[in-house]
Design a protein around this ligand. Structure first.
Ligand SMILES: Cc1cc2nc3c(=O)[nH]c(=O)nc-3n(C[C@H](O)[C@H](O)[C@H](O)COP(=O)(O)O)c2cc1C
Length: 165
């Protein structure tokens, strides 16, 4: 466990997103901070996902994902979707299907829809590349939630190594 390394990594500024996935009328969503734009043309976003998450199976089957941007007022949603899919996490939240079937949160600050174009192993995660096929800014005046504002909600301090190697 390393609180020191977790604190250091919190200085890399990330947003907080709810990633929606869908396949064969099954839907799920999870909180992610490791999301970034990686290309202007074509428009590409990269998502780093732990392949042990239940969402990963739906991502690889459905070959698409949505990125719902959370605002500073939505820490509760970050916590809700940061939990495992032992419950239907989408049942208590208003959402609709996007063009590619992935969940779009009605109350998001903004959303993107992506088609999965490739995957690359990244240590204990997988980098998923998504081509942005649609997007919408719903709350132009709202400030996006940052990862640092979530504190240790994701339990990262217990996961980071305790020294550099
Ligand atoms: C603030 C926060 C950020 C997170 N960022 C990521 C991330 O970037 N990638 C990832 O794979 N999991 C991330 N997680 C963990 C997942 O949200 C969590 O393990 C979730 O239970 C996975 O859900 P699922 O099993 O329903 O797919 C984050 C959690 C929180 C609370």
């Amino acid at each position: 466990m390393s609180q020191v390394i977790a604190d250091l990594f919190r200085r890399i500024t990330c947003g907080v997103y709810v990633i929606g996935v869908a396949a064969d009328s099954r839907y799920n969503a999870f909180t992610a901070a490791w999301v970034m734009p990686v290309s202007f043309n074509p428009l590409l976003l990269a998502l780093s996902i732990n392949p042990r998450h239940s969402s990963y199976e739906l991502l690889t089957q459905g070959k698409s994902f949505s990125v719902n941007v959370l605002s500073r007022q939505q820490l509760d949603l970050a916590r809700h979707f940061g939990g495992p899919a032992t419950i239907d996490k989408l049942a208590s939240v208003a959402w609709r299907k996007g063009r590619n079937g992935t969940p779009l949160l009605i109350d998001a600050l903004a959303w993107f829809e992506c088609g999965l174009t490739g995957e690359c192993p990244a240590g204990d995660h997988v980098l998923a590349l998504g081509r942005v096929i649609d997007g919408n800014l719903l709350k132009p005046d709202a400030a996006p939630l940052t990862y640092r504002e979530t504190g240790d909600m994701d339990g990262a301090a217990a996961i980071f190594p305790d020294r550099f190697s």
